[in-house]
Ligand binder design. Structure first.
Ligand SMILES: Nc1nc2c(c(=O)[nH]1)N[C@H]1C(S)=C(S)[C@@H](COP(=O)(O)OP(=O)(O)OC[C@H]3O[C@@H](n4cnc5c(N)ncnc54)[C@H](O)[C@@H]3O)O[C@H]1N2
Ligand code: MOO
Length: 411
């Protein structure tokens, strides 16, 4: 029997074969979920100018520094500044401008008095106002231009995924287009003569294809466009014809099943010249195929057991898809949590156990297996409960209650 390859070694082999995808300028409206390939720098200051953080009056502090309930100060209101106003009204001693949140601060004013600190409030605000409380300091309720970022400052670094918060920061910086990677085009091919479409009647020996939807959804979450999803039987002719049609149409083909040691391993037999088939020191996910079609897409041959396919995607495919897009961080976040129950682990292989996190006590989350039947790679139903994988090193034989475990968050 050949030596088992380490997870790190196999991942390095995969990442060494990754070629970054081409980039283009993309408008913000089309950029959600893409990976930024060039830093974004601010085209305008944030805030763009000094402005009011409250609805009220822009005042000269010296006029109202002594204002109080028993020492009210009356000011003449000489201007009205809604948000969006370009006006910069001059203010002389004893004068104020009514101002709304976000409107530019008059050059002559140096503090804001909110409506709540005046006698008449909003209702009586267009000729005079009576100030009942002094602003606490010069600059009270004034938001300074450039406080958050200055023109030319880096707003986002290359390599980040453009989520809602990132897109809004780019827009606030006055930038309308970003340089982003094209989405990877992924084809998902389930192999196995036993497979039927989900929901179709199953006779003895048949099962629903669950890996197809699993891998297509995981790939889409990793930024891919799914260009094909289907199943082929173990005969070989269907797989050959399909792969020929995918050259030029897909960047990555995810195959599930047919990679281990049986008599009808269609992926192994058909793709022996394009892929390496190796055994990796992990459970599940031991048999792995990887390669590339001549002048064509990367090929992943993932083991057919559903949990094996899911874990293999997490460990090898997701990092590859992110690297193709130029993501700087390829890893999932990992928490270290105590085990709520005990479980056994396979000797000599790193375990990836589908897991649930008990958050009942916010100061002490714990982790437990999601699959009641243990860590079997065929437990496709329990996989639906999993929100994480507990990752247990190869040299640990068993996990005891309260042992600290690495928990990789996937949801
Ligand atoms: N003699 C040996 N047998 C096996 C070994 C081994 O080392 N020596 N390894 C075992 C391990 S570990 C795994 S994992 C599996 C991997 O098998 P294959 O990748 O060849 O996959 P299949 O044999 O085609 O299927 C395995 C299992 O998964 C079910 N399956 C397949 N495709 C789907 C799908 N799209 N949706 C749902 N379920 C699917 C299939 O019916 C089988 O039950 O090999 C072990 N055997
Ligand atoms: O390695 Mo297999 O993936 O145990 O089920």
């Amino acid at each position: 029997m050949s030596e088992l390859r380490s997870v790190e070694e196999h991942l390095a082999t995969v990442l060494a074969a990754v070629v970054p995808l081409p980039t283009s300028a993309v408008s913000l409206a089309d950029a959600h979920g893409l990976v930024l390939r060039e830093p974004v720098r601010a085209a305008i200051d944030i805030p763009a100018f000094d402005n009011s953080s409250m609805d009220g009056f822009a005042v000269r502090l010296d006029d109202v520094a002594a204002a109080g309930e028993d020492t009210p100060v009356t000011l003449a209101v000489v201007a009205d500044l809604p948000a969006g106003s370009p006006d910069d009204p001059p203010l002389h001693a004893g004068e104020a401008a009514r101002i709304m949140t976000g409107a530019p601060m008059p050059t002559d004013a140096d503090a804001i008095v909110p409506f709540e600190d005046t006698l008449g409030g909003l209702d009586d605000s267009l000729s005079t106002t009576v100030v009942l409380a002094a602003p606490r300091a010069r600059g009270a309720f004034v938001r300074r231009g450039g406080q958050d970022a200055r023109v030319g400052d880096e707003i986002l670094a290359a390599g980040v995924r453009l989520g809602p918060l990132q897109l809004s920061a780019v827009a606030a910086a006055g930038v309308a287009t970003v340089v982003a990677a094209r989405r990877p085009r992924v084809a998902v091919v389930s192999t196995g003569s036993e497979l039927v479409a989900a929901g179709d009647p199953v006779r003895r020996g048949q099962i629903p294809d669950s890996n197809g939807i699993l891998l297509a959804s995981l790939a889409a979450e990793a930024g891919a466009t799914i260009v094909h999803r289907g199943a082929v039987d173990d005969d070989g002719a269907g797989l050959r014809a399909l792969l020929a049609s995918l050259v030029g149409a897909a960047d990555v083909v995810l195959l599930s099943g047919g990679v281990s040691a049986g008599a009808y391993e269609v992926v192994r037999m058909e793709l022996a010249s394009s892929m390496d088939f190796v055994r990796v020191a992990m459970q599940p996910g031991k048999p792995q195929g990887f390669g590339r079609l001549p002048d064509g897409p990367l090929l992943f041959g993932l083991p057919g057991n559903p949990v094996s396919s899911a874990v293999s995607f997490e460990t090898f495919v997701r990092p590859a898809l992110l690297a193709m897009q130029g993501r700087s961080d390829l890893a999932r976040p990992v928490l270290r949590l105590p085990a709520a129950v005990a479980w056994t682990t396979p000797p000599g292989r790193r375990q990836y156990l589908p897991a649930v996190i008990d958050r009942t006590d916010p100061t002490r989350w714990t982790v437990a297996p999601a699959t009641a039947g243990g860590s079997g790679s065929h437990l496709a139903g329990g996989l639906g409960r999993a929100e994480a994988y507990a990752v247990v090193p190869a040299d640990v034989a068993a996990v005891a209650v309260d042992d600290l475990c690495d928990v990789m968050l996937i949801a």
